[in-house]
Design a protein around this ligand. Structure first.
Ligand SMILES: [Zn+2]
Length: 501
Protein backbone atom coordinates (compact mmCIF):
# COMPACT_ATOMS: atom_id res chain seq x y z
CA UNK A 1 0.00 0.00 0.00
CA UNK A 2 1.32 3.46 -0.99
CA UNK A 3 0.34 6.22 1.42
CA UNK A 4 0.44 9.58 -0.38
CA UNK A 5 0.20 12.92 1.38
CA UNK A 6 -1.84 15.49 -0.60
CA UNK A 7 -1.68 19.22 0.15
CA UNK A 8 -2.63 22.42 -1.68
CA UNK A 9 -1.13 25.82 -0.90
CA UNK A 10 -1.17 28.51 -3.58
CA UNK A 11 -0.49 32.18 -3.96
CA UNK A 12 0.48 34.42 -6.84
CA UNK A 13 2.04 37.48 -5.24
CA UNK A 14 2.05 40.95 -6.79
CA UNK A 15 4.36 42.82 -4.42
CA UNK A 16 3.48 46.15 -6.06
CA UNK A 17 0.16 45.75 -4.24
CA UNK A 18 0.86 46.97 -0.70
CA UNK A 19 -2.07 45.14 0.90
CA UNK A 20 -0.65 42.06 2.68
CA UNK A 21 -2.21 38.63 2.12
CA UNK A 22 -3.45 37.03 5.35
CA UNK A 23 -5.41 33.99 6.49
CA UNK A 24 -8.58 36.08 6.03
CA UNK A 25 -7.84 36.31 2.29
CA UNK A 26 -7.56 32.53 2.13
CA UNK A 27 -10.88 32.16 3.95
CA UNK A 28 -12.51 34.36 1.27
CA UNK A 29 -11.41 32.06 -1.56
CA UNK A 30 -10.42 28.48 -0.65
CA UNK A 31 -9.69 27.27 2.85
CA UNK A 32 -10.44 23.62 3.57
CA UNK A 33 -9.17 20.82 5.76
CA UNK A 34 -8.20 17.51 4.15
CA UNK A 35 -11.64 15.90 4.25
CA UNK A 36 -13.31 19.00 2.82
CA UNK A 37 -10.62 19.27 0.12
CA UNK A 38 -11.48 15.79 -1.19
CA UNK A 39 -15.18 16.70 -1.21
CA UNK A 40 -14.67 20.04 -3.01
CA UNK A 41 -12.11 18.76 -5.55
CA UNK A 42 -13.45 15.34 -6.54
CA UNK A 43 -14.73 15.43 -10.11
CA UNK A 44 -13.33 18.92 -10.86
CA UNK A 45 -10.98 19.32 -13.84
CA UNK A 46 -8.27 20.80 -11.63
CA UNK A 47 -4.88 19.61 -10.33
CA UNK A 48 -6.26 18.15 -7.08
CA UNK A 49 -9.14 16.67 -9.09
CA UNK A 50 -6.51 14.90 -11.24
CA UNK A 51 -4.54 13.59 -8.25
CA UNK A 52 -7.75 12.20 -6.77
CA UNK A 53 -8.80 10.58 -10.07
CA UNK A 54 -5.42 8.91 -10.74
CA UNK A 55 -4.76 7.75 -7.17
CA UNK A 56 -8.31 6.45 -6.75
CA UNK A 57 -7.86 4.15 -9.73
CA UNK A 58 -5.30 2.13 -7.81
CA UNK A 59 -6.44 -0.09 -4.98
CA UNK A 60 -2.97 0.00 -3.45
CA UNK A 61 -2.95 3.80 -2.96
CA UNK A 62 -4.27 5.64 0.05
CA UNK A 63 -4.62 9.42 -0.18
CA UNK A 64 -3.88 11.33 3.02
CA UNK A 65 -5.36 14.78 2.39
CA UNK A 66 -4.00 17.53 4.64
CA UNK A 67 -5.06 21.05 3.75
CA UNK A 68 -6.14 23.30 0.87
CA UNK A 69 -5.58 27.04 0.76
CA UNK A 70 -5.81 29.56 -2.07
CA UNK A 71 -6.20 33.32 -1.86
CA UNK A 72 -6.85 35.82 -4.62
CA UNK A 73 -3.54 37.10 -6.02
CA UNK A 74 -2.39 40.12 -4.05
CA UNK A 75 0.35 41.55 -1.85
CA UNK A 76 3.02 39.76 0.20
CA UNK A 77 1.92 36.67 2.15
CA UNK A 78 2.56 37.30 5.86
CA UNK A 79 4.87 34.97 7.79
CA UNK A 80 2.00 34.07 10.11
CA UNK A 81 -0.10 32.94 7.12
CA UNK A 82 2.76 31.08 5.44
CA UNK A 83 3.67 29.32 8.70
CA UNK A 84 0.06 28.31 9.26
CA UNK A 85 0.01 26.32 6.02
CA UNK A 86 3.61 25.13 6.26
CA UNK A 87 3.05 23.81 9.78
CA UNK A 88 -0.24 22.18 8.79
CA UNK A 89 1.55 20.32 5.99
CA UNK A 90 4.55 19.35 8.17
CA UNK A 91 2.27 18.23 11.00
CA UNK A 92 0.13 16.30 8.52
CA UNK A 93 3.30 14.54 7.40
CA UNK A 94 4.37 13.70 10.95
CA UNK A 95 0.95 12.37 11.94
CA UNK A 96 0.70 10.28 8.76
CA UNK A 97 4.21 8.92 9.39
CA UNK A 98 3.16 7.69 12.83
CA UNK A 99 -0.12 6.27 11.55
CA UNK A 100 1.50 3.93 9.03
CA UNK A 101 4.17 5.82 7.11
CA UNK A 102 4.32 8.12 4.07
CA UNK A 103 5.52 6.89 0.68
CA UNK A 104 5.12 10.00 -1.43
CA UNK A 105 4.02 13.63 -1.36
CA UNK A 106 1.78 15.28 -3.97
CA UNK A 107 1.45 19.04 -3.83
CA UNK A 108 -0.59 21.68 -5.63
CA UNK A 109 1.48 24.89 -5.64
CA UNK A 110 1.62 28.06 -7.70
CA UNK A 111 5.31 28.98 -7.87
CA UNK A 112 5.04 32.77 -7.59
CA UNK A 113 4.52 33.15 -3.86
CA UNK A 114 6.47 35.96 -2.19
CA UNK A 115 6.27 36.24 1.58
CA UNK A 116 7.25 39.12 3.84
CA UNK A 117 10.47 37.20 4.58
CA UNK A 118 11.31 35.42 1.29
CA UNK A 119 11.14 35.97 -2.47
CA UNK A 120 10.58 32.27 -2.97
CA UNK A 121 7.71 30.95 -0.82
CA UNK A 122 7.52 27.60 -2.60
CA UNK A 123 11.30 27.13 -2.34
CA UNK A 124 11.10 27.63 1.44
CA UNK A 125 8.13 25.27 1.74
CA UNK A 126 9.72 22.53 -0.37
CA UNK A 127 12.98 22.77 1.59
CA UNK A 128 11.10 22.47 4.91
CA UNK A 129 9.25 19.44 3.63
CA UNK A 130 12.43 17.86 2.22
CA UNK A 131 14.15 18.42 5.57
CA UNK A 132 11.54 16.34 7.42
CA UNK A 133 10.89 13.78 4.67
CA UNK A 134 14.55 13.08 3.85
CA UNK A 135 16.08 12.35 0.44
CA UNK A 136 14.15 9.17 -0.38
CA UNK A 137 10.53 10.32 -0.30
CA UNK A 138 9.43 11.57 -3.74
CA UNK A 139 7.80 15.02 -3.76
CA UNK A 140 5.91 16.06 -6.90
CA UNK A 141 4.11 19.36 -7.34
CA UNK A 142 1.99 21.02 -10.00
CA UNK A 143 2.73 24.68 -10.69
CA UNK A 144 1.14 27.58 -12.51
CA UNK A 145 2.44 28.74 -15.90
CA UNK A 146 3.18 31.99 -14.05
CA UNK A 147 5.58 30.37 -11.60
CA UNK A 148 8.84 32.26 -11.14
CA UNK A 149 10.69 28.97 -11.09
CA UNK A 150 13.81 28.88 -8.87
CA UNK A 151 16.83 26.60 -8.43
CA UNK A 152 15.60 25.89 -4.88
CA UNK A 153 12.21 24.60 -6.02
CA UNK A 154 13.92 22.32 -8.55
CA UNK A 155 16.45 21.15 -5.97
CA UNK A 156 13.99 20.21 -3.22
CA UNK A 157 11.16 18.78 -5.35
CA UNK A 158 11.58 15.47 -7.16
CA UNK A 159 9.67 16.70 -10.21
CA UNK A 160 7.52 19.74 -11.03
CA UNK A 161 4.62 20.03 -13.45
CA UNK A 162 3.92 23.62 -14.54
CA UNK A 163 0.85 24.43 -16.65
CA UNK A 164 1.84 24.68 -20.31
CA UNK A 165 -0.80 27.10 -21.50
CA UNK A 166 -2.13 30.59 -20.82
CA UNK A 167 -5.15 30.52 -20.43
CA UNK A 168 -4.34 27.61 -18.11
CA UNK A 169 -6.68 25.05 -19.65
CA UNK A 170 -4.35 22.16 -18.78
CA UNK A 171 -4.18 22.14 -14.97
CA UNK A 172 -5.93 18.76 -14.96
CA UNK A 173 -3.51 17.27 -17.52
CA UNK A 174 -0.49 18.43 -15.51
CA UNK A 175 -2.08 16.97 -12.37
CA UNK A 176 -2.44 13.63 -14.16
CA UNK A 177 1.24 13.77 -15.22
CA UNK A 178 2.36 14.57 -11.67
CA UNK A 179 0.24 11.81 -10.15
CA UNK A 180 1.40 9.25 -12.71
CA UNK A 181 5.05 10.25 -12.23
CA UNK A 182 4.73 9.78 -8.47
CA UNK A 183 3.28 6.28 -8.96
CA UNK A 184 5.99 5.41 -11.51
CA UNK A 185 8.68 6.49 -9.05
CA UNK A 186 7.09 4.41 -6.28
CA UNK A 187 6.76 1.42 -8.61
CA UNK A 188 10.48 1.77 -9.40
CA UNK A 189 9.93 2.58 -13.09
CA UNK A 190 10.90 6.28 -13.13
CA UNK A 191 14.00 8.15 -11.93
CA UNK A 192 13.31 11.76 -12.97
CA UNK A 193 16.32 13.99 -13.50
CA UNK A 194 15.59 17.68 -13.94
CA UNK A 195 17.20 20.75 -15.37
CA UNK A 196 16.24 24.42 -15.06
CA UNK A 197 17.49 27.22 -17.29
CA UNK A 198 16.37 30.70 -16.23
CA UNK A 199 15.81 33.32 -18.93
CA UNK A 200 16.63 37.01 -18.42
CA UNK A 201 13.16 37.92 -19.70
CA UNK A 202 10.00 39.27 -18.09
CA UNK A 203 7.31 37.72 -20.24
CA UNK A 204 4.30 39.96 -20.91
CA UNK A 205 0.77 38.57 -20.56
CA UNK A 206 0.36 36.78 -23.87
CA UNK A 207 -2.03 34.12 -25.10
CA UNK A 208 0.00 30.93 -25.70
CA UNK A 209 -2.17 30.27 -28.77
CA UNK A 210 -0.28 33.16 -30.41
CA UNK A 211 3.24 33.16 -31.83
CA UNK A 212 6.01 32.79 -30.91
CA UNK A 213 4.65 30.92 -27.89
CA UNK A 214 2.48 28.51 -29.85
CA UNK A 215 5.40 27.03 -31.84
CA UNK A 216 7.73 27.09 -28.85
CA UNK A 217 5.30 25.08 -26.73
CA UNK A 218 4.49 22.64 -29.52
CA UNK A 219 8.20 22.00 -30.10
CA UNK A 220 8.72 21.38 -26.37
CA UNK A 221 5.85 18.89 -26.45
CA UNK A 222 7.70 17.26 -29.37
CA UNK A 223 10.84 16.97 -27.19
CA UNK A 224 8.72 15.37 -24.47
CA UNK A 225 7.86 12.54 -26.85
CA UNK A 226 11.49 11.65 -27.53
CA UNK A 227 13.29 8.64 -26.06
CA UNK A 228 14.48 9.22 -22.50
CA UNK A 229 12.58 12.48 -22.04
CA UNK A 230 9.53 12.79 -19.81
CA UNK A 231 8.64 16.45 -20.18
CA UNK A 232 10.06 19.75 -21.44
CA UNK A 233 8.23 22.89 -20.31
CA UNK A 234 8.37 26.61 -20.93
CA UNK A 235 7.46 28.33 -17.65
CA UNK A 236 6.23 31.87 -18.36
CA UNK A 237 6.90 33.44 -14.95
CA UNK A 238 4.80 36.04 -13.16
CA UNK A 239 5.61 39.51 -14.41
CA UNK A 240 4.09 41.47 -11.47
CA UNK A 241 6.77 40.28 -9.07
CA UNK A 242 9.50 42.74 -8.14
CA UNK A 243 12.09 40.10 -7.13
CA UNK A 244 15.59 39.04 -8.08
CA UNK A 245 14.36 35.61 -9.25
CA UNK A 246 11.89 37.17 -11.71
CA UNK A 247 11.80 35.61 -15.15
CA UNK A 248 10.73 32.83 -17.50
CA UNK A 249 12.45 29.44 -17.50
CA UNK A 250 12.89 26.20 -19.40
CA UNK A 251 12.43 23.10 -17.25
CA UNK A 252 13.15 19.58 -18.48
CA UNK A 253 12.62 16.15 -16.89
CA UNK A 254 14.42 13.09 -18.30
CA UNK A 255 14.83 9.49 -17.21
CA UNK A 256 17.99 9.61 -15.15
CA UNK A 257 19.97 11.61 -17.76
CA UNK A 258 21.30 14.94 -16.52
CA UNK A 259 23.27 15.60 -19.71
CA UNK A 260 20.12 15.21 -21.84
CA UNK A 261 18.05 17.48 -19.52
CA UNK A 262 20.77 20.13 -19.71
CA UNK A 263 21.13 19.81 -23.46
CA UNK A 264 17.41 20.32 -24.16
CA UNK A 265 17.04 23.24 -21.77
CA UNK A 266 20.14 24.91 -23.26
CA UNK A 267 18.82 24.47 -26.80
CA UNK A 268 15.54 26.29 -26.02
CA UNK A 269 17.31 28.91 -23.93
CA UNK A 270 19.42 29.83 -26.95
CA UNK A 271 16.38 29.87 -29.25
CA UNK A 272 14.47 32.26 -26.98
CA UNK A 273 17.49 34.48 -26.34
CA UNK A 274 17.97 34.90 -30.09
CA UNK A 275 14.32 35.94 -30.49
CA UNK A 276 13.56 38.05 -27.40
CA UNK A 277 11.95 40.82 -29.48
CA UNK A 278 9.30 38.42 -30.81
CA UNK A 279 7.75 38.22 -27.32
CA UNK A 280 6.77 41.93 -27.35
CA UNK A 281 3.24 42.95 -26.46
CA UNK A 282 0.98 44.79 -28.92
CA UNK A 283 -1.79 46.89 -27.37
CA UNK A 284 -4.66 48.97 -28.76
CA UNK A 285 -5.24 52.59 -27.67
CA UNK A 286 -8.28 52.58 -25.32
CA UNK A 287 -10.08 55.47 -27.11
CA UNK A 288 -9.77 53.62 -30.42
CA UNK A 289 -10.73 50.27 -28.87
CA UNK A 290 -14.00 51.76 -27.59
CA UNK A 291 -14.68 53.65 -30.84
CA UNK A 292 -14.22 50.50 -32.94
CA UNK A 293 -16.35 48.41 -30.56
CA UNK A 294 -19.23 50.90 -30.79
CA UNK A 295 -19.01 51.14 -34.60
CA UNK A 296 -18.89 47.36 -35.08
CA UNK A 297 -22.30 45.66 -35.32
CA UNK A 298 -20.94 42.51 -33.69
CA UNK A 299 -20.14 41.91 -30.04
CA UNK A 300 -16.68 42.97 -28.80
CA UNK A 301 -14.97 41.81 -25.63
CA UNK A 302 -12.63 44.38 -24.06
CA UNK A 303 -10.19 43.20 -21.41
CA UNK A 304 -9.23 45.81 -18.83
CA UNK A 305 -6.08 43.77 -18.57
CA UNK A 306 -4.16 45.97 -16.11
CA UNK A 307 -6.93 45.56 -13.52
CA UNK A 308 -6.91 41.77 -13.37
CA UNK A 309 -7.59 40.45 -9.85
CA UNK A 310 -5.79 37.33 -11.08
CA UNK A 311 -2.59 39.40 -11.20
CA UNK A 312 -3.14 40.88 -7.76
CA UNK A 313 -4.95 44.04 -8.82
CA UNK A 314 -8.09 45.34 -7.12
CA UNK A 315 -10.50 45.06 -10.09
CA UNK A 316 -12.26 48.34 -9.32
CA UNK A 317 -10.60 50.57 -11.93
CA UNK A 318 -13.06 52.80 -13.75
CA UNK A 319 -11.29 54.60 -16.63
CA UNK A 320 -12.55 52.11 -19.21
CA UNK A 321 -16.13 52.78 -18.03
CA UNK A 322 -15.65 56.57 -18.18
CA UNK A 323 -14.33 56.17 -21.73
CA UNK A 324 -17.38 54.08 -22.70
CA UNK A 325 -19.70 56.68 -21.16
CA UNK A 326 -17.82 59.57 -22.87
CA UNK A 327 -18.37 57.85 -26.23
CA UNK A 328 -22.05 57.06 -25.35
CA UNK A 329 -21.69 53.29 -25.59
CA UNK A 330 -24.89 51.32 -25.02
CA UNK A 331 -25.60 47.70 -24.06
CA UNK A 332 -22.38 47.25 -22.09
CA UNK A 333 -21.97 44.49 -19.47
CA UNK A 334 -18.99 44.05 -17.16
CA UNK A 335 -17.77 41.49 -14.59
CA UNK A 336 -16.46 41.13 -12.00
CA UNK A 337 -15.98 44.62 -10.58
CA UNK A 338 -14.94 44.69 -6.92
CA UNK A 339 -17.05 47.09 -4.84
CA UNK A 340 -18.27 45.61 -1.53
CA UNK A 341 -19.66 49.01 -0.38
CA UNK A 342 -21.98 49.41 -3.36
CA UNK A 343 -22.98 45.74 -3.10
CA UNK A 344 -24.04 46.34 0.51
CA UNK A 345 -26.13 49.36 -0.52
CA UNK A 346 -27.79 47.29 -3.24
CA UNK A 347 -28.54 44.54 -0.72
CA UNK A 348 -30.03 47.12 1.65
CA UNK A 349 -32.52 48.58 -0.83
CA UNK A 350 -33.09 45.35 -2.79
CA UNK A 351 -33.84 44.49 -6.44
CA UNK A 352 -36.14 46.86 -8.33
CA UNK A 353 -35.04 49.94 -6.39
CA UNK A 354 -32.80 52.81 -7.47
CA UNK A 355 -30.14 54.62 -5.45
CA UNK A 356 -27.36 57.22 -5.86
CA UNK A 357 -24.32 55.07 -6.55
CA UNK A 358 -20.59 55.63 -6.89
CA UNK A 359 -19.28 52.44 -8.50
CA UNK A 360 -15.62 51.40 -8.29
CA UNK A 361 -12.60 53.69 -8.02
CA UNK A 362 -12.21 53.12 -4.29
CA UNK A 363 -8.97 51.15 -3.87
CA UNK A 364 -6.63 53.99 -4.84
CA UNK A 365 -6.58 57.34 -6.64
CA UNK A 366 -4.73 55.87 -9.63
CA UNK A 367 -7.60 53.61 -10.72
CA UNK A 368 -9.98 56.46 -11.64
CA UNK A 369 -13.00 58.22 -10.13
CA UNK A 370 -16.12 56.23 -9.20
CA UNK A 371 -18.85 55.99 -11.86
CA UNK A 372 -21.63 58.08 -10.29
CA UNK A 373 -25.35 58.45 -10.89
CA UNK A 374 -28.75 56.91 -10.29
CA UNK A 375 -28.31 53.16 -10.34
CA UNK A 376 -30.95 50.42 -10.65
CA UNK A 377 -30.58 47.22 -8.68
CA UNK A 378 -31.36 44.36 -11.05
CA UNK A 379 -30.61 41.42 -8.74
CA UNK A 380 -28.64 40.24 -5.71
CA UNK A 381 -26.84 36.91 -5.12
CA UNK A 382 -24.81 34.94 -2.57
CA UNK A 383 -21.84 34.96 -5.00
CA UNK A 384 -21.12 31.23 -5.21
CA UNK A 385 -20.88 29.89 -8.75
CA UNK A 386 -19.24 27.07 -10.68
CA UNK A 387 -16.92 27.49 -13.66
CA UNK A 388 -18.25 25.90 -16.86
CA UNK A 389 -15.66 27.06 -19.45
CA UNK A 390 -12.56 25.19 -20.62
CA UNK A 391 -10.49 26.33 -17.63
CA UNK A 392 -10.89 24.79 -14.16
CA UNK A 393 -14.19 23.29 -15.28
CA UNK A 394 -16.35 22.49 -12.29
CA UNK A 395 -14.34 24.56 -9.80
CA UNK A 396 -16.41 26.42 -7.22
CA UNK A 397 -15.92 30.21 -7.04
CA UNK A 398 -16.84 32.50 -4.16
CA UNK A 399 -17.26 36.12 -5.29
CA UNK A 400 -18.80 37.09 -1.95
CA UNK A 401 -22.10 38.96 -2.05
CA UNK A 402 -22.86 39.96 -5.67
CA UNK A 403 -25.17 42.70 -6.96
CA UNK A 404 -26.12 43.34 -10.59
CA UNK A 405 -26.55 47.09 -10.95
CA UNK A 406 -27.38 49.16 -14.05
CA UNK A 407 -25.99 52.66 -14.51
CA UNK A 408 -25.34 54.86 -17.57
CA UNK A 409 -25.93 52.07 -20.10
CA UNK A 410 -23.61 49.67 -18.27
CA UNK A 411 -24.73 46.52 -16.45
CA UNK A 412 -22.20 45.98 -13.65
CA UNK A 413 -21.77 42.60 -11.99
CA UNK A 414 -20.31 43.81 -8.68
CA UNK A 415 -18.59 41.43 -6.26
CA UNK A 416 -17.34 41.55 -2.66
CA UNK A 417 -14.45 39.05 -2.97
CA UNK A 418 -12.04 39.87 -5.79
CA UNK A 419 -12.62 37.14 -8.39
CA UNK A 420 -11.38 36.86 -11.96
CA UNK A 421 -13.98 36.48 -14.72
CA UNK A 422 -12.60 33.17 -16.04
CA UNK A 423 -15.61 32.43 -18.25
CA UNK A 424 -19.14 33.58 -19.12
CA UNK A 425 -20.43 32.26 -15.78
CA UNK A 426 -19.17 35.52 -14.22
CA UNK A 427 -22.19 36.96 -16.03
CA UNK A 428 -24.64 34.09 -16.54
CA UNK A 429 -24.54 32.83 -12.95
CA UNK A 430 -25.97 36.22 -12.00
CA UNK A 431 -28.68 36.39 -14.64
CA UNK A 432 -26.74 38.47 -17.19
CA UNK A 433 -26.70 36.84 -20.67
CA UNK A 434 -23.62 38.13 -22.56
CA UNK A 435 -25.28 37.54 -25.95
CA UNK A 436 -27.85 40.24 -25.07
CA UNK A 437 -25.07 42.86 -24.97
CA UNK A 438 -22.93 44.67 -27.54
CA UNK A 439 -19.77 45.33 -25.53
CA UNK A 440 -18.42 43.11 -22.76
CA UNK A 441 -15.73 44.39 -20.38
CA UNK A 442 -13.85 41.81 -18.32
CA UNK A 443 -11.36 42.29 -15.49
CA UNK A 444 -8.94 39.66 -16.75
CA UNK A 445 -5.69 39.61 -18.72
CA UNK A 446 -5.79 36.38 -20.76
CA UNK A 447 -7.71 33.60 -18.94
CA UNK A 448 -11.12 34.84 -20.12
CA UNK A 449 -10.07 34.10 -23.71
CA UNK A 450 -10.28 30.34 -23.26
CA UNK A 451 -14.05 30.64 -22.94
CA UNK A 452 -14.89 33.66 -25.07
CA UNK A 453 -12.84 32.70 -28.11
CA UNK A 454 -15.11 29.69 -28.57
CA UNK A 455 -17.75 32.02 -30.01
CA UNK A 456 -16.13 35.43 -30.51
CA UNK A 457 -13.49 35.88 -33.23
CA UNK A 458 -10.04 36.89 -31.93
CA UNK A 459 -10.17 40.25 -33.77
CA UNK A 460 -13.19 41.13 -31.59
CA UNK A 461 -11.29 40.36 -28.39
CA UNK A 462 -9.30 43.45 -27.46
CA UNK A 463 -6.76 44.18 -24.73
CA UNK A 464 -6.45 47.72 -23.34
CA UNK A 465 -3.97 49.14 -20.83
CA UNK A 466 -5.78 51.56 -18.48
CA UNK A 467 -4.23 53.45 -15.53
CA UNK A 468 -3.53 51.20 -12.52
CA UNK A 469 -0.92 50.57 -9.81
CA UNK A 470 0.98 48.52 -12.40
CA UNK A 471 0.68 49.14 -16.12
CA UNK A 472 -0.09 46.21 -18.40
CA UNK A 473 3.12 47.21 -20.19
CA UNK A 474 6.17 45.83 -18.31
CA UNK A 475 8.39 48.60 -19.66
CA UNK A 476 6.35 51.16 -17.67
CA UNK A 477 6.58 49.27 -14.35
CA UNK A 478 9.10 50.44 -11.79
CA UNK A 479 11.01 47.20 -11.08
CA UNK A 480 13.91 47.91 -8.73
CA UNK A 481 14.69 44.46 -7.30
CA UNK A 482 14.82 42.58 -10.59
CA UNK A 483 18.27 41.39 -11.69
CA UNK A 484 19.49 43.49 -14.65
CA UNK A 485 19.92 43.41 -17.51
CA UNK A 486 16.59 41.79 -18.35
CA UNK A 487 14.34 42.01 -21.40
CA UNK A 488 12.28 44.16 -22.07
CA UNK A 489 13.52 46.59 -19.38
CA UNK A 490 16.87 46.49 -21.19
CA UNK A 491 17.31 46.16 -24.94
CA UNK A 492 17.57 42.67 -26.41
CA UNK A 493 21.12 43.39 -27.60
CA UNK A 494 22.22 44.53 -24.13
CA UNK A 495 20.75 41.37 -22.58
CA UNK A 496 22.31 39.05 -25.16
CA UNK A 497 25.70 40.70 -24.81
CA UNK A 498 25.60 40.41 -21.01
CA UNK A 499 24.92 36.69 -21.39
CA UNK A 500 27.70 36.19 -23.91
CA UNK A 501 25.57 35.90 -27.04
ZN1 LIG B 1 -1.35 31.97 -13.92
Amino acid sequence: MYRILLAYFKHETNNFNEKLTTIEDYKKRSFYDGTEMIKVCTGAKTEPGAYIDVFSEREDVEIIPVIMGDASPGGLVTKETFDYFKNAILNGYKVALKDGGVDGIALVLHGAMITDFSEDGEGVLLKALRDVAGENIPIVATLDYHANLTEEMVKYATALFPARYYPHTDFYDRGVEAAQMLLDILDGRAHPTCSIKKLPMILPHKDTAEEPLCSLINDLIGESEKEGVYYAYFVGGFSRANISVQGSAIYVITENDQALSDEISEKYYVRIMKNLESFDLILKEPVLAVKDAIADPDITVIADAADNPGSGLMSDATEIFHELIRQCAAKVATALVWDPETVLEAFKIGPGATFEAGIGGKSSKIVGEPVCGKAYVKSIHDGFFTLKGPMNTGALQNAGKVAVVELNGITFVLCSNRTQAFDEEAFRAFGVEPKDYHIIVVKSSIHYRAAWKRWIPLDHIVTVDMPNITSFDEKKIDFDKVKRPIYPLDSADTVRKAYGM
